[in-house]
Design a protein around this ligand. Structure first.
Ligand code: ATP
Ligand code: MG
Ligand code: MG
Length: 541
């Protein structure tokens, strides 16, 4: 792993072991500048999961060093999702908790002649690093060898607010000749007269990611600093800084990011989809942020199961959406109560209905699990079936209801025979009149369909993939791949009365249709349901 040792490493490691008792210590370090997505679920699964499996501890550390990008609501949003996925942080910390200590480290670094104040512009620094791609000749900053005392004085003045934004930065004195750009005198501190959500106006200099991350890991005695592959090059600077300060240096391990087909995760692109009206907000069920997945009905168990299945790899992994769907089906199949709903209902009136047949029908909540109990539906003269289950004429491949083909009603054990149909001006069937018989061996129908009596009107939202390809992750043209049919609203759907008092977030299997979750847009008399996933994997997906 290229771990770099110094003459003090063994002593520092002994001290670390003494303080931690040899426990595994990890951290999940999100930046509170947005909403977490399914990739973060993998990072959590790994950090919290690895600690738990080894009887260790895991911190939730907000990496809050960019005051402009960070907002209070994101702190809360992150916390909620960590909890939702079932993870229990050992402690909740913030990089900003360590601002004073980080500042002391910076002073120490200057004193060790391993940092200096620079006054070059960003353009000048880019040129010094050999231009845009680093292919040109590299030079050194003219300030690199200024006296230590001068850097100390100016850095203290920077903290006091005596220097204007952009007029000075603190840089680490690394190795401009090294082939790795992460060694080209990285920035440690910059001046920003910005209000910070947690520290207010106490600071006008803020530490960079490269400076902060490894030091906070060291302060918290992290044993395994797990990060994604794009930080591989940064491993060198991570070790360099801990060693330059002669403090405990955790080991960094990289793993590949989780990506999903047919969607995008990057905050910047999600913001673009919201801004341009392709989706409504961060929790639009078409997205794969964690709040969106929750709203759509994905369960923590399914998400964690996917992360477990994907495992830890170093190759870039783009996981087929079908795998996530499979995980949630497995979970919902055993926990989601059954109900009957019609996306596009047709009214059926039973002409020979006998009032004494207005009986109760018991429907199992979960067919293969008796302990999950039953719910009771009232059967009546007027019922509704799905338009999809009716055709005027049957042929040999069509097994459901038609003028010349009877149909059974699931759970009720009766058979309907079509008598008459009413049509509107567009020639669509608006109503069917039928007669019925009790089910016997002789009149057994070819199929049984779901039905609803005494329905609750509802809105059902069907979802399909957001993008027609894999998100064109590095391209700018992903907007042209947005699927215009990613949301289809069924405004006139009906659902059986068993769902009446369900709280928002309740999950159901609507029989023969799919798994659904009650949406926060629901009102008292008009629930809204989101399709989580269809019952079977659609061909061609
Ligand atoms: P994005 O750019 O997608 O918004 P990020 O890396 O900027 O993500 P952070 O808040 O910095 O988001 O991430 C917190 C932790 O989650 C980091 O350790 C990061 O490496 C990890 N992480 C982020 N995205 C993924 C992903 N797709 N797969 C696995 N881990 C991820
Ligand atoms: Mg980030
Ligand atoms: Mg990022």
């Amino acid at each position: 792993q290229g771990y770099v040792t110094t003459p003090h490493t063994m002593d520092l490691l002994k001290q670390h072991l003494k303080e931690t008792g040899g426990k595994v210590v990890t951290r999940f370090p999100p930046e509170p500048n947005g909403i977490l997505h399914i990739g973060h679920a993998k990072a959590m699964n790994l950090n919290f999961g690895y600690a738990k499996a080894n009887d260790g501890i895991c911190y939730l550390r907000y990496d809050d060093t960019n005051p402009e990008a960070e907002e209070d609501r994101y702190f809360k949003g992150i916390r909620d999702m960590v909890e939702w996925l079932g993870h229990e942080p050992y402690k909740v910390t913030h990089s900003s908790d360590y601002f004073e200590r980080l500042y002391d480290c910076a002073i120490e670094l200057i004193k060790r002649d391993k940092a200096y104040v620079d006054h070059q512009t960003a353009e000048q620094i880019k040129a010094e690093r050999g231009g845009e791609k680093g292919e040109g000749e590299r030079t050194e900053s003219p300030y690199r060898n200024r006296p230590i005392a001068e850097s100390l004085r100016i850095f203290e003045e920077m903290r006091q607010g005596l220097w204007a934004e952009g007029s000075a930065i603190l840089r680490m004195k690394m190795d401009m000749k090294n082939g790795n750009p992460q060694m080209w005198d990285l920035i440690a501190y910059r001046i920003k007269f910005s209000h910070h959500v947690r520290t207010g106006n106490a600071w006008c200099i803020y530490p960079s990611y490269d400076f902060t991350h490894c030091l906070c890991d060291s302060f918290e005695n992290i044993s395994h600093s797990l990060c994604t592959m794009e930080f591989t090059q940064a491993r060198v600077s991570y070790y360099w800084l801990c060693n330059a300060l002669d403090i405990y240096c955790p080991v960094q391990w990289e793993y590949s990011r989780l990506n999903l087909t047919n969607t995008i995760l990057s905050k910047r692109k999600v913001l673009k989809l919201i801004a341009e009206g392709y989706v409504n907000d961060w929790d639009d069920p078409r997205l794969h942020t964690l709040p969106a997945l929750k709203r759509r009905g994905f369960t923590p168990k399914a998400i964690n199961r996917l992360c477990d299945q994907v495992g830890i790899t170093v190759n870039t992994t783009t996981i087929a959406m079908a795998r996530l769907d499979g995980c949630v089906r497995d979970d919902l199949n055993v926990i989601a109560p059954r109900a009957m709903a019609l996306l596009d209902p047709i009214k059926v009136t039973i002409s020979n209905f006998k009032e004494d047949k207005k009986d109760a029908v018991d429907v199992p909540n979960i067919p293969f699990n008796e302990s999950a109990g039953n719910h009771t539906l009232q059967f009546d003269k007027v019922l509704y079936i799905d338009r999809d289950d009716y055709r005027d004429a049957a042929d040999k491949n069509y097994r459901r209801f038609a003028q010349d083909q009877s149909i059974g009603l699931k759970y009720r054990g009766v058979v309907l025979f079509c008598e008459d149909v009413t049509r509107n001006s567009a020639n669509e069937v608006t109503e069917i009149t039928a007669c019925y018989e009790e089910l016997t061996k002789e009149n057994k129908p070819k199929a049984f369909i779901h039905w609803v009596c005494n329905p609750i009107p509802c809105e059902i939202r069907l979802y399909d993939i957001l993008l027609r390809d894999d998100g064109d992750e590095d391209g700018k043209n992903f907007l042209k791949n947005v699927n215009s049919q990613s949301l289809i609203v069924k405004p006139n759907a009906l659902v059986d009365p068993s769902v009446r008092d369900a709280p928002v977030g309740t999950q159901y299997q609507f029989e023969r249709v799919g798994y659904f979750c009650k949406d926060p847009d629901s009102t008292a008399d008009r629930p809204v349901f989101n399709l989580t996933v269809s019952l079977k994997e659609d061909a061609g997906k």
